[in-house]
Design a protein around this ligand. Structure first.
Ligand code: XMP
Length: 319
């Protein structure tokens, strides 16, 4: 009879055995996985753990504030907040290849974690909230030859030069199990029930070149879409929902003038583990309402489309 209470105990013992009296840096992404990993590791080794939240400027609206307040306010876990927007945006300038974007972001995270490790007098361990599906998808595609679909930044993106050992207590778990563990550890329900958010953030929701201006446009559209989903009482019925900003401009008309602006794509899927996914079948009136609000309220977007592709053959994120 395998329960989360037992898993928690076993993992705590394993973490203590692995780490000894060493120091651990844990990267928080704002998502559920890394938060659960951090709280579990904190329970195991207390102040040998330092949590680092890298704000890469690729967060959704209000995200950075939410992470900082959860950790500083709710838990007494020390949190280092690194403002790295400029570093990430300048590194992404001119990059349009999805794998290059992912590799750059993964490498930049490692550089920053190593820098923070030195600041605490040398940490030997880097903790991450890697899940089982992250491990599989970065390595191969089920049933086929070994092909990398995407380098999940927290798995395939780790360069060999990194001189820290990994602590990944959630490596055997699926998302629904991480949520159970989060509840077991006392994380608030609203936090545990949050949709997944990828480490590379908005960079993989802006096909083509990522700029601050495009991030700002996408943040606004995404916030409207999520607000509509919450207002309709659909947040928990959906595994993940988000907006993407396409590198395509189309012609439109606003009042009596011509517009020539970007296309926004909306995505919403149901899933149990992120490995396969079905499109969420919103009512047409709901999508019309989202499209109307986004075009009216977000400068830079004049057309909205809905993504009807399941996974496979699509992936959940667009890059
Ligand atoms: P895909 O797009 O591969 O996404 O179908 C499956 C799930 O994984 C999330 N995802 C990531 N999570 N780092 C993460 O922490 C990443 O690099 C990454 N890429 C995708 C995605 O949001 C979805 O929930």
């Amino acid at each position: 009879d395998w329960t989360m209470a037992e898993f928690r105990k076993t993992k705590i013992a394993e973490i203590r055995a692995q780490v000894g009296d060493g120091k651990v840096i844990c990267g928080l992404s704002g998502g559920v996985d890394s938060a659960v990993a951090a709280v579990l590791i904190h329970e195991a080794i207390g102040d040998q753990l330092t949590c680092v939240f890298v704000d890469h400027g690729l967060m959704r609206q209000g995200e950075a504030e939410r992470v900082v307040s959860l950790f500083k306010g709710h838990y007494n876990i020390p949190l280092v907040h690194v403002d790295a927007e400029e570093m990430f945006l300048s590194g992404l300038a001119g990059q349009t290849d999805p794998e290059k974007k992912r590799k750059f972001i993964g490498g930049a995270f490692i550089d920053l974690f190593e820098q923070e490790a030195r600041k605490v007098g040398g940490a030997d361990f880097l903790a991450q909230g890697t899940l089982y599906p992250d491990v599989i998808e970065s390595v191969s595609f089920t049933g086929g030859p070994s092909v990398t679909i995407k380098s999940h930044h927290n798995v395939g993106g780790l360069p060999e030069r990194m001189n820290m050992q990994l602590v990944e207590p959630l490596r055997e778990l699926f998302k629904d199990e991480v949520r159970l563990l989060g509840r077991e550890l006392g994380l608030p329900d609203v936090f545990v029930g949050r949709h997944p958010f990828p480490g590379p953030g908005l960079a993989i929701r802006i096909p083509g070149e990522v700029t601050k201006e495009r991030c700002d446009i996408l943040r606004k559209a995404d916030a409207i879409y999520l607000e509509e989903i919450r207002n309709a009482g659909l947040y928990d019925a959906v595994w993940q929902a988000f907006a993407v900003l396409l590198p395509v401009k189309t012609v439109g008309v606003m009042g009596d003038s011509r517009t020539y602006d970007s296309v926004c794509g909306l995505r919403a899927v149901t899933s149990t583990d992120g490995m396969t996914a079905d499109v969420y079948p919103f009512d047409a009136s709901f999508l019309t309402q989202c499209a109307t609000r986004i075009v009216n309220e977000v400068k830079g977007i004049n057309r909205v489309v809905y993504d009807y592709t399941s996974k496979p053959p699509g992936t959940i994120e667009w890059e």
